[in-house]
Design a protein around this ligand. Sequence first.
Ligand SMILES: [Mg+2]
Length: 456
Amino acid sequence: MRAQASVLHLDLDAFFAAVEQRDKPSLRGKPVVVGGVGGRGVVATASYEARRFGVRSAMTTREARSRCPHAAFLTGRFHAYREASAIVMGLLREASPLVEPLSLDEAFVDLAAADLPDLEVATVSAYAETLRARVHEATGGLTASVGIGTSKFIAKVASDLDKPDGLVVVAPGTERELLRPMNVTVIPGVGPATGERLRRAGIVTVADLEAVDLDELVRLVGKAHGAGLHALARAQDDRAVVADREAKSVSSESTFDTDLTDRSLMEHLLTRQAGEVATRLSKHGLSGRTVTIKVRMHDFTTLSRSTTLPSPTDSAPTVARLARRLLADLDTSGGVRLLGVGVSGLADWVQEDLFGETLGEALGEALGEAGDGAETAPEVELPDLSRVRDRSGWWPGADVVHDELGRGWVWGAGRGVVTVRFETAETPAGPVRSFAHDDPALHPWQKPVEDEPEEP
Ligand SMILES: [Mg+2]
């Protein structure tokens, strides 16, 4: 814990949904759910309008549909999220050389390394407001919540206190007072299982936890965990903001706007990614022992598979061979939205993943078919969304362009029909039209981005 509040945590609000609302004017102020729309899909992000109906991240899409049937359910456009994220991370890196991204929409910034006259509460507060305004402007209207405190723990807790679009600075010396009434699950590492074990011992709040001595805690939750909890209950957290997380592994990944189903194409892409990774490794004189692949399925389930070699490698053929072998063990027949290859010593690359592999795996299992019927819409009859995975690739939310009507996005598709709303971030809410799914005037639209793969 530092003497001054110099750790900043920035978290974009309802990030994926906010990007969709920015780019789709007709959805502004409306419930939007981004995630897997298929039978096994889970919610990645819900807009605040959808949260009012009880829709939450990691909930099954099926459950979300039953709670908020009138929401727009979109598959998500990772190129747009990555682009917005890069803008925000760039702004943060201008603020301080010490920026530690946690995911696309979240990062720690060490203000002690920033160019500030001092680290008084008033100074860091004013600075954070400027930063939030810059993020809003540079991203075309996204909002960020910011927390500042004397440690990572406190900064992260603080950014959550006034969401969305809020700023909370926890003054040095007030941390324990802030934490005491909170549930113990506010502490990093206290998940449902530990939370339940503590609750059975009568420990519900941080204040309860603070009153338990170290020996008792170790007896309850084990040695390693007990010591950590004992410290965090007292707001003791000395973890540094680490800027070079990315350097711990070298990886290459590609997101696809249509599901890939062709196995030989996937192998070809993995081979190419392995080549890129190997080139970067050797360029920096690095090598690694662990080869990991990351695969995001059509329903947003994200899987990773790793294998560890007896000695480090930077060989493209070796990485490619191992990557292809790892892919061979996965069932990709439902289609793949993202493929990646990484080489690491620490194998922490996949843990950066936005959704977390455990989330997808745990929730993906339990789900049956969606089958909640088609959504109803004000202007037109929306086709059956359960068929969005058809080979035509018209998935809900995708960017398209029509030869005469210009740019828009797929509102729904199925039964040979695709329905498009013609609007972009720069236009007012636009009209809806339906087409045959093979209408030659209608094409997928994708902003050219450097690191996107060519369309297969
Ligand atoms: Mg966020």
